[in-house]
Write a protein that binds this ligand. Structure first.
Ligand code: ADP
Ligand code: ZN
Length: 367
């Protein structure tokens, strides 16, 4: 087992990474000085596969768990689901010293985290992320929240968990598309922060696609470490934390114009990162050969690298980016790369160049 500490003063917490952590969850929670009662919040898929293991682990460590299951899918990440969960928490007499265990992917983590942040003005939270995306991204950093009809994650809070258990054995049941989408965030860490990590992924792609648990533990640990370092320096995104958004401006735009149904987040940011690399080549002298390496790695993983957008959709994509949160003083701000491993945030990009790059996205094999 490896440990990553997220240093946030009195809210410092530990992320444990390794196999068998789910079965040992109860024992680990014993050391956290929590109340006896706890609510496991999970979704209909994950609860069916792992609910019982987690329940028994907590029970045999002396806790008194209840299992609350929400329907699987992004559709559940809304305020009426939150309301139903509040009522269930109250019904089961979850009180201030009780804790909430978020067992699932990003959807469960965000919603259960929001419940923990707000129910009784805050109860302790333990995260047990079960998708690759959630283990390397949404479980670190404390962003919790739900969607509104007007947009994703528009209601939320910064709320840090007390403990995070990242168990790689749960990837055995993760659908292929979800797994690959998670790899898009993994590769992002190499591009924004650690060139040798990027190379390691390039060199181990076959093992990675076989979901080798030893390699995956190392990879998840490194991603958590990088995110923890970034978040530790800039918890609320006043500066540096923005580099985590590499590829996300265009990625979020693609998700928005497709009504959040067509692309998984990881797929959208795969295309977004390729576009950001091309923008970097035009504006910061990012080497063309590195643009090729990035595109080639996404392609080998089986992630989308191009997209056919009719002219009207290209305009809609630009408009969607304009309403995204990263617009400052009318200019769309981008995270751009100098080399693989070194990026800079806050670069304004002229709209005509952006349109030009979007146009390159429909051509397969073009850099
Ligand atoms: P994300 O973490 O990408 O935000 P979700 O929370 O929406 O994703 O989870 C994606 C899908 O994968 C959901 O249908 C969820 O129920 C399912 N899922 C999550 N973790 C696992 C797992 N370990 N095994 C099988 N299915 C899982
Ligand atoms: Zn992301």
């Amino acid at each position: 087992m490896q440990n990553v500490r997220v240093e946030l003063g009195s809210r410092t917490y530990r992320i444990a990474i390794g196999p068998s952590l789910i079965a040992n969850l109860g024992v680990e929670c014993k050391n956290l000085n929590l109340g006896q009662k706890c609510a496991i919040v999970s979704d209909s898929n994950v609860s069916l596969i792992y609910g019982e293991t987690v329940f028994k682990s907590l029970k045999s460590a002396g806790f008194d768990p209840v299992l609350i299951t929400i329907p699987a899918g992004e559709i559940s990440k809304n305020l009426s689901e939150v309301q139903s969960c509040y009522e269930l928490l109250a019904h089961h007499r979850v009180e201030r010293k009780s804790f909430i265990v978020a067992l699932g992917g990003g959807v469960v983590g965000d919603l259960a985290g929001f419940l923990a942040a707000t129910y009784l003005r805050g109860v302790p939270l333990v995260q047990v992320p079960t998708t690759l995306l959630a283990q390397v991204d949404s479980s670190v950093g404390g962003k919790v929240g739900v969607n509104l009809k007007a947009g994703k994650n528009l209601v939320g809070a910064f709320y840090q968990p007390r403990y995070v258990a990242c168990d790689q054995s749960v990837f055995a049941t993760l659908p292929d598309r979800e797994y690959k989408a998670g790899l898009a965030e993994v590769i992002k860490y190499g591009i924004i922060y650690d060139r040798s990590f990027f190379v390691k992924i390039e060199q181990n792609i076959e093992l990675l696609l076989k979901r080798d648990p030893v390699l995956l533990s190392e990879i998840v640990a490194r991603c958590c470490q990088i995110k923890a370092e970034i978040v530790g320096q800039d918890e609320t995104e006043t500066g540096l934390r923005a580099i985590l958004n590499f590829g996300h401006t265009i990625g979020h735009g693609l998700e928005a114009i497709s009504g959040y149904g067509q692309w998984l987040h990881g797929e959208a940011i795969s295309i977004g990162q390729i576009a950001a690399a091309r923008l970097s080549a035009r504006l910061l002298g990012f080497p063309q050969i590195e643009v090729d390496r990035i595109r080639s790695l996404f392609s080998r993983v089986g992630l989308p690298t191009h997209i056919a957008l009719p002219a009207s959709d290209r305009r809609r994509l630009l408009d969607a980016m304009n309403v995204d949160k990263k617009v400052v003083a009318g200019e769309i701000k981008f995270v751009l790369a100098r080399t693989i491993g070194t990026v800079e945030f806050g670069h304004g990009v002229p709209e005509d160049l952006l349109m030009e790059i979007i146009e390159t996205l429909h051509e397969q094999g073009l850099n």
